[in-house]
Design a protein around this ligand. Structure first.
Ligand code: SF4
Ligand code: SF4
Ligand code: SF4
Length: 211
């Protein structure tokens, strides 16, 4: 017996909305602020949007739109102020998150244990002989221990940016590839340019697209 294929009728689109070829999301740190933020994602997002225009990505995407710009055709960028990654840069075309490397200063430790209590990664920081000791294999570089240390015994010896690209959900999901840890803003824009070129050509970590 020939079965008729199931046909789902989409709702009528009353009025086409003008849509940006990019979907750029900034975490709460760039809007109302967040105590966890290590970088300001808002200022970087503005530079990224300008760079995407200059690289011609918007024009490229819009030139391939047939009826309307579908969400999965938009270039998705997410910026997070810290490794908690609330807006999930790991599943976007391009993503960044702030990070910081904690280190010990000469200021005496009072063994209050606030650093150990705040750390969500068991063993990443312990206090031995009135001195914090870090295991950098366990640390996720969130900067929380530095934030709560009342004596300045812990300081962030470097604040930087994790840069990721190629993440996606849908039919062929994959987590974004980490391009660099502890990068600076200049690197973010260099990496963005390289990734946009790959995105347009459909080279890894992106997929070739049929339009
Ligand atoms: S990603 Fe970090 S800085 Fe941004 S809202 Fe979440 S916790 Fe705050
Ligand atoms: S930076 Fe974060 S993960 Fe690393 S030791 Fe401090 S609190 Fe723990
Ligand atoms: S928070 Fe600072 S003072 Fe308290 S135990 Fe940790 S390093 Fe020592």
């Amino acid at each position: 017996m020939n079965k008729k294929p199931l046909k789902i009728i989409p709702p009528l689109v009353i009025k086409e909305k003008k849509t940006s070829p990019y979907d750029i999301t900034v975490c709460r740190a760039g809007k109302s602020g967040c105590i966890h933020a290590l970088i300001n994602p808002k200022t970087i997002s503005e530079k990224i949007e300008k760079a995407l225009d200059e690289l011609g990505l918007g024009e490229h995407i819009m030139s391939r739109v047939q009826k309307r710009l579908l969400y999965h055709r938009r270039f998705k960028v997410t910026l997070a102020g810290c490794p908690n990654c609330c807006p999930q840069p790991q599943i976007k075309d391009f993503g960044i998150s702030g990070q910081a490397i904690p280190a010990v200063t000469e200021n005496p430790c009072t063994e209050c244990m606030k650093c150990v209590k705040i750390c969500k990664e068991e063993g990443a920081v312990v206090v031995e002989n009135a001195m914090p000791v870090f295991d950098y294999d366990l640390c996720v570089f969130c900067g929380d221990c530095e934030r709560v240390c009342p004596t300045g015994t812990i300081e962030n010896k470097k604040v930087g940016i994790r840069v990721m690209a190629g993440g996606r959900l849908g039919r062929h999901p994959q987590l974004a590839k980490v391009l660099k840890e502890m990068a600076d803003e200049d690197y973010v824009l260099v990496a963005l340019k390289e990734m946009v070129e790959k995105y347009i050509q459909g080279l890894p970590p992106f997929r070739k697209r049929k339009y």
